[in-house]
Ligand binder design. Sequence first.
Ligand SMILES: [Zn+2]
Length: 372
Amino acid sequence: MARRSRADRLERVRDKRKRALVVGSAVLATVAVLSVAVALLTGSVGTPADAEEIDVVALDAGVAEATLTVDPSSVTTMLVEVPDVTGLPLGEAELLLGIAGLEITLLSTPPGEAATGTVLAQMPTAGERIAPGSVIELVWADPDATVAASGVVTASASDTRPPGRPKVVCIDPGHQARANTAHEPIGPGASETKMKVTGGAAGAVTKQAEYELVLELSLELKKRLEARGITVVMTRTANDVDISNSQRAKIANDARADLFVRVHADSSTNADISGVSTLYPGGNTWVAPIEVRSLAAAKAVHAAVLASTGAADRGVVKRADLSGFNYATVPSVLVETGFLSNPKEDRLLADPAYRAKVVDGMAAGIVAYLGM
Ligand SMILES: [Zn+2]
């Protein structure tokens, strides 16, 4: 790119911002509507049951657990200030954010009256202080984007890679054969700690171990996704491993995964409870950059699993307390595939035909989220 004088460049940016204003406002209005939708959805979630790091959760049906939040003052990580890249050509925005040590996700929108190829909006906004390596969402005027009749933009949304590169999904089969009860901070720089990883639940009737069940589901899911041309990175392919929940998230981050999918099964002291829930990260500063995309993925995966299995709907649930989410810098979901404490669902989860339905649902939801 030819070098330009600073005054030239500033003038050019100012000019482009003016032109971007109309479409930019429309985009921001859309973001506001989405935020309201998120608030509505998170206000109406079902009862969260299992947690990754807890073997058995005592539950009373109908008693909703409040969304857990984490005190931001417990975060001691060095933060970086988000630069203002709105109005800049995409290439320059990527360069600036790269220098600041931040990651990028792109959301495409047709150029309209805006200058093609420029950034129309960014989230988080300029001046916010966030953890290094956090993802900045850029809405840009993509010449290849089209608007469907529904008004939904279809393009290479959420694609952080050059065109033609395969999508990457990181699958984490929950737990492992032997728990590691040593503690780790629940998020980067947190003073609050939690067990590194637990052994998981066991079937009420079949006695099948959660860590074995979810590995088998995950390996089948890997096959389904690879058949669709998706690159799959596994956090584990054996049961006898020692990988903490934070390490699992870091594997997904290092893979620059388009989606981090954690596979679990649920348990409750109430054997009557059954059904599927899908968890997503939200409600703390660590996961703020991935919350919106994670919710979108959770909704897609949850709907597809319910459709495929016919299981009871236990909702899409926001969680701020899971280490396996709090270290993630890529969109993340956790599928609770059913209750091992429920005799009927335990038997279903031991049945290859039902397991195939669970896997088909997860694969369909992931593919839908990735826009493939
Ligand atoms: Zn679990």
